[in-house]
Design a protein around this ligand. Structure first.
Ligand code: NAD
Ligand code: MG
Length: 299
């Protein structure tokens, strides 16, 4: 076990690998094990302090990347976790389950495709049953496919991106809200792309703008129930999403170099934002977007 953890003071410029990264591609949805350099999800470093003791969390996209780091952090902070991911991501997910169980927390595997409304409903029902309730919903799954020209964005891709990133949010929240007690928290996942859309991410960036708007609107709607709704907006983060079609292959070596901190973020650097937005510490925060962008501006 390394002695450094998320509280150890370091220079953020050099805390994690800096570009250039080796060129690499994967087939979507990708795996953390093909990433070079390896990504840090806090497996060896994230230290919890019981900030989510006894809480019951559903995390989508929990096998890899930001969802994996969040699931690990939630468990280290004392929560039981239901994990959603695609069936072909079973190997990555099984490792997260092991890490959660190593904390003495419950881990429930709920693989399936969020593009399917009936599955989203079943997912929530199974999470509620398996955890004995639900009070944290972290919607982290997402689909991103870079295409240079709108003429080449197929209706199939457009539909898949909107179903995964936007429709599933409506379906999962709609199914979950009747189960959520006062004090519960919903955390969605926006992006720097919500504010500064890249020309080659037309469909994806517009879903991320929708997610920020959805977050603010649902927060207004659920405030009277004592349910908070917020979003995390990551900048460039080193996850399988990027080399599996999220970026053109030629952009992978310099990925993250455009940020003021001059490197990609690591999934472990996103997890603390999900933790604080889930925790009662942020009791007066709702309808808010917390950025973790390496200095790119959310405006
Ligand atoms: P990731 O590939 O590790 O995670 C994305 C996950 O989405 C996959 O593991 C998969 O389980 C899930 N997913 C995709 N399609 C699905 C479907 N149809 N059904 C069920 N699950 C599905 O990548 P990540 O970067 O950790 O992505 C997590 C979130 O962070 C996404 O919402 C993404 O848009 C957002 N984000 C990422 C970055 C970045 O630079 N990596 C930046 C901003 C926002
Ligand atoms: Mg994955």
């Amino acid at each position: 076990m390394s002695s450094a953890n998320q509280y150890t003071m370091r220079n953020p410029l050099t805390q994690f690998p800096q570009p250039e990264f080796p060129g690499q591609t994967q087939e979507p949805p990708g795996t953390v094990h093909a990433l070079e350099p390896a990504a840090d999800h806090g497996e060896k470093t994230y230290v919890g302090f019981g900030r989510l003791a006894g809480r019951k969390a559903l995390v989508t996209g929990a096998d890899s990347g930001i969802g994996r780091a969040t699931a690990i952090a939630f468990a280290r902070e004392g929560a039981d976790v239901a994990l959603n991911y695609l069936p072909e991501e079973e190997a990555d997910a099984a490792e997260v389950v092991q890490l959660i169980e190593a904390e003495g927390r419950k881990a429930i595997k709920l693989p399936g495709d969020l593009q399917d409304e009936a599955f989203c409903q079943r997912l929530v029902a199974d999470a509620v049953q398996g955890l004995g309730g639900l009070d944290i919903l972290a919607n982290i799954a997402g689909k991103q496919t870079a295409v240079e020209d709108i003429a080449d964005i197929t209706t199939e891709q457009l539909d898949a991106t909107y179903r995964t990133n936007v429709y599933s949010l409506f379906w999962i929240c709609k199914a979950a809200i009747p189960h959520l007690p006062a004090g519960a928290a919903i955390i969605n996942t926006g992006s720097i792309q919500s504010y500064q859309p890249s020309p080659n991410l037309l469909d994806y960036a517009s879903t991320k703008a929708a997610i920020v708007n959805f977050t603010k609107s649902l927060a207004q709607q659920l405030a009277s129930k004592g349910i908070r709704v917020n979003a995390v907006a990551p900048g460039p983060v080193w996850t399988p999403l990027q080399p599996s079609g999220g970026q053109p292959p030629e952009d992978i070596p310099s990925f993250g170099s455009e940020t003021p901190l001059k490197r990609a973020g690591q999934p472990v650097e996103m997890a603390p934002l999900y933790v604080i937005l889930a925790s009662q510490e942020s009791s007066y925060v709702t309808g808010e977007v917390f950025g973790a962008t390496g200095g790119l501006l959310l405006s």
